[in-house]
Design a protein around this ligand. Structure first.
Ligand SMILES: *[C@@H]1O[C@H](CO)[C@@H](O)[C@H](O)[C@H]1NC(C)=O
Ligand SMILES: *[C@@H]1O[C@H](CO)[C@@H](O)[C@H](O)[C@H]1NC(C)=O
Ligand SMILES: *[C@@H]1O[C@H](CO)[C@@H](O)[C@H](O)[C@H]1NC(C)=O
Ligand SMILES: *[C@@H]1O[C@H](CO)[C@@H](O)[C@H](O)[C@H]1NC(C)=O
Ligand SMILES: *[C@@H]1O[C@H](CO)[C@@H](O)[C@H](O)[C@H]1NC(C)=O
Length: 228
């Protein structure tokens, strides 16, 4: 076993010397090589700590999509990018499915929810980065979002103020086409706000509840208030 591993590494390093960079690039573009840069660990912790109801497929798919947007928001906060690169799309679905299987065995996300592989790397009006997003809206609308959303969003009234400002921004500036329905133009302001307008961030209980409709109230506390 051990010596076989060494042999394998030998061949891999030999190959990387021999394959010219052009074909290495086309190999990457096929989506077979890049690992997923999204981190599902924070989501795993949140889901494990909460009581998770069993859901019908439609509701399950909504829940899975909202959880993915939370993960994308955390990725945006850390890297300034909304979307993982296209060549990592396949491995991102695989990573996510590993987590989902801990709670719903054998659930095939893409097949059951109708998501295409590339959609995890595509979104609204080809906007990929924080700078592109901010460049496509006005400074005033961003200030409006920050003043509405930079507070605890656990309660209904601040949450409503924040989501109203996000809907307003979407309606005024994000009117172009979306690709797919994983993270479309409706979702982008919410993903952005959780990352940069709300100082508590996407994994905060109130932020997750308000901006992603995800209730991660701990299973020890009042579970009768639990909803999607
Ligand atoms: C990668 O894609 C190119 C065309 O896009 C194709 O010719 C090639 O065979 C593919 N390679 C692999 C390993 O799938
Ligand atoms: C996403 O779009 C696909 C294809 O149009 C559809 O089958 C699926 O139901 C949609 N998923 C959600 C969660 O809206
Ligand atoms: C998005 O990018 C693709 C490919 O780069 C291009 O074909 C398409 O026209 C762009 N769409 C918009 C809305 O800019
Ligand atoms: C608006 O977004 C597009 C991507 O869709 C980007 O190419 C462009 O640079 C952005 N505009 C500004 C002013 O940043
Ligand atoms: C949000 O509020 C905190 C504390 O008041 C402040 O430090 C932070 O800069 C504000 N965030 C933004 C984006 O203005």
């Amino acid at each position: 076993m051990h010596s076989y591993t060494h042999l394998l590494f030998f061949f891999i390093s030999l190959q990387s010397l021999v394959i010219p960079s052009l074909s290495a690039r086309s190999l990457l573009q096929n989506g077979t090589v890049s690992s997923c840069p999204l981190n599902f660990d924070a989501l795993r912790k949140l889901v494990q700590g909460s009581r998770r109801p069993s859901l019908d497929t439609t509701t399950e798919c909504q829940y899975i999509r909202q959880c993915l947007r939370l993960v994308q928001s955390e990725y945006l906060r850390l890297t300034g990018s909304f979307l993982p690169p296209l060549d990592s799309a396949e491995s991102c679905w695989d990573s996510y499915e590993t987590l989902v299987h801990e709670f719903v065995p054998n659930f095939d996300i893409r097949r059951s929810c109708g998501f295409q592989t590339s959609w995890i790397s595509q979104g609204c009006m080809n906007i990929t980065t924080r700078a592109e997003f901010e460049g496509n809206v006005t400074r005033a609308s961003l200030n409006d979002v920050v003043s509405a959303c930079n507070q605890s969003l656990l309660n209904g009234s601040p949450c409503a103020t924040c989501t109203t400002s996000l809907s307003r921004l979407r309606a005024s500036y994000l009117t172009g086409p979306s690709v797919g329905n994983v993270s479309d133009c409706t979702a982008y302001p919410f993903i952005y706000a959780a990352a940069f307008a709300n100082q508590l961030g996407p994994t905060d209980e109130g932020t997750a509840k308000c901006l992603f409709s995800l209730d991660f109230t701990s299973s020890n506390s009042k579970t009768n208030r639990k909803r999607l």
